[in-house]
Design a protein around this ligand. Structure first.
Ligand code: TXA
Ligand code: MG
Length: 305
C-alpha cells in the first residue's frame, strides 16, 4: 500500500515498520532506538537474531556520534557518502542497541543517497533498514515485491525511479586495510581507485559476522549455473541479445553487455521464476568476470546454493 512521506515519518515515529526505497534495494525501516520495532523487523523477515542490521544515518557527523572509525574513513566518505557503501565500525559504548548489532562490538553504518530515505532521515534518524524481503529470499526492487512478501496492506514509500538493484557494498577495517565483507553496488575496482590498493574480498574466507553463513538471495526455483545455456532445453535466465532456441521460456536480465541493467533486473527475474512456479532454471553465466559483473556473479552463485 502506497504511503506518503509524512505517513512514513509518522509511522516510524510511532515505532512502526515501513518499507521504503533506497538507491540500492527497498529497505524495511524502523527507528534504530525502538526495541519494539526492531523485534518486529526480525519477526516480519523471519530473520535469525544473529544477523545484524545496518544503521542508516543522514550524514557523516551523525555517524561519528555512534562510531569510532579509523582515520581513512574520512577520505572514503568524502567520495562515497551519501551512496551505496556500508562501513562496519567499532561502536561507542552501548549507544547502538545490542539487538541491532547481534551483540557484536561493531555496527554497520550507511548513509543512503536516495532522496526519499534522505527526506525521512531528516525527520527521524538513525533508522535500521535490512532489505525488504523474507530472510534468505531475493531482495525487493519494486513495490510489488514487498506486497508479495508482506501483503497488499503493508505500508510502502515507493520510488518512481528504478533502483540500482544490488545492495550496498559492505567494508570493514582489518589490519590497517579496508576489506570487502559483502560485494555490492560499488565494485572492488571503484574502491581500489580511491584507496590506492585492491581491497580484499573476505566474505567467503573469514567469518566476521555469523549472518554471513546464512542462505541469501535464493528463489524457490533450483538454479543451474551454465556456460552453455544457449543449448539448454528447460527454462532459462538469460540476456536479450542472445538466442536460446531450445528454451521453454526465457527470463531476460537485459543485454549481456549492460551490467547496470542486469543488476536492476536481477531480483525481479529471480522472483518471476517463483511467480511462474518454475521448479528449475538454467542461468546463462557466460558474462565477463570483471568489475560490476563480479557482484552479479556472486549473487547468482549464492542464489543457486
Ligand atoms: O543496500 C543495502 O545495504 C540495503 C538497503 C536497504 O540499505 N540493506 C541491506 O541490509 O542489504 P541487510 O540487512 O539485508 O544486509 C545487511 C548485511 C547482513 O548480511 C549482515 O550480516 C551484515 O550486513 N552486517 C550488519 N552488521 C554487521 C556487522 N557489525 N559486522 C558484519 N556484518 C554486518
Ligand atoms: Mg538482505
Amino acid at each position: 500500500m502506497d504511503i506518503s512521506l509524512k505517513q512514513a515519518v509518522d509511522l516510524l515515529k510511532n515505532e512502526q515498520v515501513v518499507a521504503l526505497a533506497t538507491e540500492t534495494v527497498y529497505g524495511l525501516a524502523a527507528s534504530a532506538f525502538s526495541p519494539k520495532a526492531i523485534n518486529q523487523i526480525y519477526t516480519l523477515k523471519n530473520r535469525p537474531q544473529q544477523n545484524p542490521l545496518i544503521v542508516h544515518v543522514y550524514d557523516v557527523q551523525e555517524c561519528l556520534k555512534y562510531a569510532l572509525p579509523p582515520e581513512s574513513f574520512a577520505q572514503l566518505t568524502e567520495v562515497f557518502w551519501p551512496g551505496p557503501l556500508t562501513c562496519i565500525l567499532p561502536v561507542k559504548d552501548d549507544c547502538i542497541l545490542p539487538q541491532v548489532r547481534a551483540n557484536l562490538p561493531t555496527c554497520a553504518f550507511r548513509c543512503p543517497s536516495h532522496p526519499l530515505i534522505r527526506e525521512v532521515l531528516r525527520e527521524i534518524s538513525p533508522l535500521v533498514a535490512p532489505s525488504a524481503n523474507i530472510s534468505g529470499r531475493p531482495s525487493s526492487t519494486k513495490k510489488e515485491h514487498i506486497e508479495n512478501d508482506f501483503g497488499k496492506d503493508f505500508p510502502v514509500l515507493a520510488s518512481s525511479n528504478a533502483l540500482l538493484g544490488i545492495e550496498s557494498t559492505i567494508i570493514a577495517y582489518q589490519q590497517e586495510k579496508w576489506c570487502i565483507a559483502r560485494q555490492g553496488a560499488i565494485s572492488q575496482q571503484a574502491l581500489e581507485k580511491h584507496l590506492g590498493y585492491l581491497p580484499e574480498i573476505i566474505s567467503t574466507k573469514t567469518i566476521i559476522c555469523p549472518g554471513q553463513l546464512l542462505k541469501h538471495y535464493a528463489p524457490k526455483a533450483k538454479l543451474q549455473l551454465s556456460t552453455n545455456a544457449s543449448q539448454a532445453s528447460g527454462y532459462v535466465v538469460g540476456y536479450s541479445d542472445r538466442l536460446y532456441p531450445q528454451a521453454k521460456k526465457v527470463f531476460l536480465l537485459g543485454k549481456s553487455s549492460d551490467p547496470d541493467a542486469i543488476s536492476m533486473n536481477l531480483y525481479d527475474m529471480l522472483r518471476a521464476l517463483d511467480a511462474h512456479q518454475i521448479p528449475n532454471a538454467f542461468v546463462d553465466m557466460d558474462i565477463p568476470r570483471t568489475d560490476k559483473y563480479i557482484t552479479i556473479i556472486e549473487r547468482l552463485e549464492r542464489a543457486a546454493l
